[in-house]
Design a protein around this ligand. Structure first.
Ligand code: COA
Length: 339
């Protein structure tokens, strides 16, 4: 039976989030900085996206370095040693290498060599999918503690001369530790995907369909390509539908949501989704103005900042909701519990 009577699937154990952490690289890139090299303006970027600045990691840092720092932050907050983690998951579209998995590198850098570790690649929905999987592992009893990290170095895959994408995407990392608990904080989740038009948001070359060669590089096919307007519309629709399904599964309504924790893709997308769900603006976490779109890192980053600010109280209902390439989307409803 489900521990709290609300969860959508029976579980052997309860789960809680023991700690969240994040890491934002030092280099701040403002809209004014982008104006110097792109045919754009601070006014356009702020009005269309809500973004004012973003962070880029230096050339000496790969995604495992960002992930490591976010993981360490989450471990410190939880008061845990790396060896107390039973499984490491990294959600990323910018791994250190095509393979091996970045999670293997992160686990070893943390001093947890030997523990299972693997990557998930589901773009901006990565943290939502990863958190759902980590929670399922803990609730089913497979592992006691799973560390899920969303980490991206998107500055390494954008064409810095393409104003459509260069203004949006940035670097960062966030992490959460899901651990077995007497009381179950997980309420429900909903995940979905539609791969019928992968080219809506993708990197054309570098995979088995189009291996990298000189022609691909000359055509800029090793960079992110995006149909922004199409994504904009489906992002709002999918996020709202997903959140409503998750709420229904938990037998809750939007009025029960204390904090909506959306993927930080665009302030207008966040505002429209929150409005359609009838979640008031003061209950919506936003940091897209300072970090841009960090893909799988955005949700744990904004959560970690909320913890820093002491926003979450015991019993608060959190609605995590994301959307991204795939297309993919998902929601997780979580009851915040400090113990
Ligand atoms: C990309 C996005 C900000 C563009 O905003 P928009 O309001 O849809 O703008 P449009 O694409 O319709 O472009 C409007 C005009 O601005 C121009 N424009 C595009 N980028 C620009 C920029 N950085 N600076 C100035 N002008 C720009 C376009 O060329 C277009 O000009 P035109 O009217 O002369 O053709 C918006 O569509 C968006 O956020 N989409 C979702 C992207 C996303 O979140 N992707 C990741 C998913 S996880």
């Amino acid at each position: 039976m489900a521990v709290n009577g609300r969860s959508q699937a029976p579980a052997l154990f309860g789960a809680r989030i023991a700690g969240v952490g994040h890491y934002a690289p030092d280099l701040v890139v403002t809209n004014a900085d982008l104006e110097k090299t792109l045919d754009t303006s601070d006014e356009w970027i702020v009005t269309r996206t809500g973004m004012r600045e973003r962070r880029y990691a230096g050339e000496d840092m790969a995604v495992s370095d960002l992930a490591l720092r976010a993981a360490q932050h989450a471990l410190d907050r939880a008061g845990l040693e790396p060896m107390a983690i039973d499984c490491f998951i990294v959600a990323t579209v910018t791994p250190d290498y095509a393979f091996p998995a970045t999670a293997c590198i992160v686990a070893s850098k943390l001093g947890a060599t030997g523990k299972p570790a693997f990557d998930m690649e589901i773009a901006c929905s990565g943290f939502i999918y990863g958190l759902s999987l980590a929670t399922a592992m803990v609730r089913s009893g497979i592992y006691r503690r799973v560390l899920i990290i969303g980490a991206e170095k998107l500055s390494s895959i954008i064409d810095k001369t393409d104003r459509a994408t260069a203004i949006l995407f940035a670097d960062g990392a966030g992490a959460a530790i899901v651990e077995r608990s007497e009381h179950d904080s997980f309420l429900s989740c909903e995940l979905g995907a539609d791969g019928s038009n992968p080219e809506t948001l993708y990197i054309p070359a570098g995979g088995s369909r189009r291996p990298i060669d000189v022609a691909a590089i000359q055509a800029g096919e090793h960079y992110v390509h995006m149909l922004g307007r199409e994504i904009f519309k489906s992002a709002i629709t999918r996020m709202v539908e997903s959140a409503e399904i998750a709420l229904g599964r938990a037998q809750l309504t939007a009025s029960d949501v204390r904090w909506m924790v959306p993927h930080q893709a665009n302030k207008r997308i966040i505002d429209a989704a929150a409005k359609q769900l009838a979640v008031p603006p003061e209950r919506v976490l936003v940091n897209v103005d300072r970090y841009g779109n960090t893909s799988s890192a955005s949700i744990p980053m904004v959560m970690s900042e909320a913890v820093e600010q002491g926003l979450f109280e015991d019993g608060d209902t959190l609605l995590l909701v994301g959307f991204g390439g795939g297309l993919s989307w998902g929601s997780v409803l979580w009851r915040w519990s400090a113990n």
